[in-house]
Design a protein around this ligand. Sequence first.
Ligand SMILES: NC(=O)c1ccc[n+]([C@@H]2O[C@H](COP(=O)([O-])OP(=O)(O)OC[C@H]3O[C@@H](n4cnc5c(N)ncnc54)[C@H](OP(=O)(O)O)[C@@H]3O)[C@@H](O)[C@H]2O)c1
Length: 255
Amino acid sequence: MIKVVILGAGNVAIHLAKAFQNASGVKIVQRYNQSERNNSEFDPLIPFTKDLKKLDVADVYILSITDDAVADFSKKLKFKNGVVAHTSGSLSIDALQCKARKGVFYPLQTFTKEKKIDFKNIPICLETKNNDDLLLLKDLAGSISDKVYELNSQQREKLHIAAVFANNFSNHMFKIAYDLCESNQINFDILKPLILETAKKIENISPEMAQTGPAKRKDKKTIQKHLSQLEGIQKEIYILVTKSITETYSHGKEL
Ligand SMILES: NC(=O)c1ccc[n+]([C@@H]2O[C@H](COP(=O)([O-])OP(=O)(O)OC[C@H]3O[C@@H](n4cnc5c(N)ncnc54)[C@H](OP(=O)(O)O)[C@@H]3O)[C@@H](O)[C@H]2O)c1
């Protein structure tokens, strides 16, 4: 049985706690948060503390707090037993300044407490300082997910940037598309099959192969027509992304 303490009570902590509770071979022995916020999101049977001096003994301490707080907070963890693993995509393993062994347990997905999530398909990226700890975190991650990866801090940092492009930026594109629809009395639902197909397509072919549209075709008249109807930041984004697409497919040729 892997004993786990969860530190933090935000989006990730809430979902991890639910997943661990349904997993076999894992027991959440305690949770900690600096405040009582979100307490109602957790099973009341899990013992809760706000006092770091009262932390229970565990094999793994999942530290799922705001990135900026991880370094200073981890200094306050004075115990030497177990592995303290943060859940951040962008922080190095050495951001942890605790006395205990260090690890990373990064679930690559977007979490909000309101949205139910199935952990089985969520990639969990692990990093440790030694093989025994890696095996321990692999057991823990494997209890909730079928997709467990080992990545070092440098790789995870790059993966995090890739995830920002893949998720945050593409979602912002959806938002711009939404605004354009709304300001022209078009129901955004019309675009949903296209958005879903765009994501589905890359399950079978590479994003480079999947690209279509005026920028790839170098359809200058259409591009000019679109630009004449855009302004401000939307126009700037259109120009920049169009440049990136045309450069990708120009293969060194003059545009
Ligand atoms: N959300 C995602 O989609 C996602 C995905 C993968 C990884 N992550 C990573 O998971 C971690 C947690 O993210 P989240 O989205 O769950 O955050 P969140 O919902 O904003 O929750 C932040 C947590 O940090 C605590 N906290 C803030 N400042 C603190 C401090 N100075 N000392 C101690 N605790 C402090 C908060 O306490 P209070 O409740 O008292 O405010 C809260 O429990 C981050 O490292 C993030 O990068 C997030």
